[in-house]
Design a binder for this molecule. Sequence first.
Ligand SMILES: [Cu+2]
Length: 282
Amino acid sequence: MHFSTKKGFAPAIAIIIALLVIGGGSYGIKKFSDKKTKKEVPPVTTGMPVPGTDTKETEVFEKVTTLQVRLDEQNTSGESGQAVLTQIGTSTVKVVINLTGKPSTVAQPAHIHIGACPTPGAVKYPLTNVDKGASQTEIPNMTLEQLLAELPLAVNVHKSATDVKTYVACGNIVKEETKSEMKEESAVKQSEMKVVYNTQGFSPESITVKKGETVVFENKTGKRASVASNDHPTHLLYPEFDQYKTDARGKDEFRFTFEKVGTWGYHDHLNASVRGTVIVTE
Ligand SMILES: [Cu+2]
């Protein structure tokens, strides 16, 4: 096909180019204004990013999906425990209560009350009776965000249907408990150390981490690789430290949390002359 032989082609091309220029221009303006808007709203972070560590998963923990409420004993009942509030989907909150100590032989009414322990106010949301120390309730048309917006609220368990006035366990729903948990989670993420595997080998070749820390092995060789503890091919030095045995099998990113103190030599099982060392300290 020869375009030049077609009449009217050149004007059509001119229009297309004009449209592209206008479109591109307005896209550029849009980009710029997006940037401006973003700058005005400082990003919410749950901790300080540490250079050279992997922080991309921090975002996941910003949304509250679970609240833990410690239920303290009331009126020397001998019963205490916790309530766990979990967001199920977009419009249900599941409340699971577990009490330990002196088990009650009768069903014990439980509610989310307005106010705070030990003297909460009116019942806001009724919960399933606690039976043999356990209760599970799904509150429909509810989100954890909404609950948190309605604070102060408290989870309260009563002695029995006939003695509702006696409280046996109570706990305030608090935002902060989740926050501290979130910090812990992101701290775990931020203590990840990275080893990059390229055609030069593992870098750094030797890495020292604390017990419980995670090392991310990133394969950038362009070839398949599989990290495993020595010796090749049995990998008995640290049998769990073997990418092939994990979900990361065949992938270019292998995360491993070192729970055992020691000096762990490893290699690429598919290119066993390439070696590295992870030193795990107490
Ligand atoms: Cu091997």
